[in-house]
Design a protein around this ligand. Sequence first.
Ligand code: HEC
Ligand code: HEC
Ligand code: HEC
Ligand code: HEC
Ligand code: HEC
Length: 252
Amino acid sequence: MMSAKSFGGLAVALSLCAGAARAQAKGSCVECHQGLPAGNTIGHSFTEWQRSAHAAAGVGCESCHGGDASAKGKEAAHAGMARANNPKSRIFFTNSPHTCGSCHEAEFAAFQKSAHFKELQQSGKGPNCVTCHGSMANVVLGARELETTCALCHRQPTQAFAARLEMDSAGSMVRGLTSALKRARDAGVSDLAPQDKSYRDIVELQRAAVIQWHTFKLPEVLASTREVRRRVTALLGELKLKMPAPEPKTKR
Ligand code: HEC
Ligand code: HEC
Ligand code: HEC
Ligand code: HEC
Ligand code: HEC
């Protein structure tokens, strides 16, 4: 699994709604729920939230569930909140893309262009964000799990497996490139402006591929990730040429 943070500066590029900032203060939901015995409800546990990227970013329960996190008592805090299986809930199957999308705008915009979104709105049968990101929305399914998930509804194999692997591989190549650039800088290589520019373009392309995934036009995703890999290889070659030759080992 790859976290948003692993893309370095990319997390910053994630456009977030004001709700995330407002959620910074620990609300009453967290205060009260952290003391409750682990329930046996479907969904996620308190601990799962606590360990998630959402908790780390200060996204509280109310950001997804609704309710009033400034109210102390249970009834008052739960006011306006509905269970996940209630069509009025912000996390009801067909509503969650809008809820998640209020913060993850780019992914939601891409998702809205997909046949899956249409299907979800019309028949409730398409996959939604939670299908692939788990009920705590803090995981991204790996290649094999994804293919299995697609196969739940599609008889023909999809290209999800290949696309996911390519995306993983492009992601780790970009991380390798980040280190290589740092090594070059540490070694005193000057005039890295053109390389920095190419690097920024690559990072942007990689980010775009992740967004593009959410349209499910997988041949396009594959093309983008291959382009990322091609450009990383080229830039690594350029950097190698710029690195100072290793000091010859002198015998004493
Ligand atoms: C109030 C804003 C908000 C809402 C609502 C929200 N998120 Fe997030 N999400 C965030 C923030 C902030 C992060 C952390 C980004 C980071 O680590 O840079 C995040 C991280 C993520 C990640 C990356 C997880 C990781 O391990 O790195 C995924 C996937 C995700 N959210 C999916 C979802 C889904 C699916 C939903 C709906 C069920 C959702 N989010 C609802 C703000 C939100
Ligand atoms: C003072 C304690 C308290 C506060 C504050 C509180 N809860 Fe709860 N919550 C509970 C208890 C106890 C349950 C178990 C079911 C019950 O008794 O109603 C629960 C159940 C839930 C459930 C399961 C669905 C249901 O209705 O049973 C959700 C979801 C939930 N709370 C979310 C929230 C959110 C979101 C907030 C903040 C806006 C919040 N809670 C604030 C005590 C609290
Ligand atoms: C990023 C969004 C997100 C955040 C933040 C979040 N939840 Fe949830 N939660 C969900 C989703 C989505 C489901 C529905 C699970 C499913 O469809 O499998 C759910 C289900 C639940 C359930 C099962 C009961 C139900 O309503 O059906 C409980 C209880 C619950 N969450 C409590 C909490 C508590 C307490 C917090 C804060 C500590 C919290 N959640 C934070 C998205 C979130
Ligand atoms: C069919 C599966 C699937 C669905 C449906 C889906 N995603 Fe994703 N999502 C992925 C994959 C795969 C990635 C790429 C993970 C990677 O390699 O960084 C991803 C990446 C993300 C990221 C960036 C996480 C990171 O690690 O940087 C966010 C945020 C996100 N999705 C939010 C959403 C939202 C919001 C929805 C619903 C509107 C949604 N996703 C629907 C599979 C899915
Ligand atoms: C919950 C059921 C469900 C799941 C899970 C699911 N799909 Fe779909 N998918 C549909 C439906 C329904 C349609 C629209 C009717 C059709 O084209 O078969 C569709 C359409 C598509 C299309 C055609 C899109 C277009 O623009 O014409 C592609 C490609 C696709 N899905 C890929 C995937 C991939 C890849 C996965 C796994 C990551 C996946 N689907 C998971 C139900 C699902």
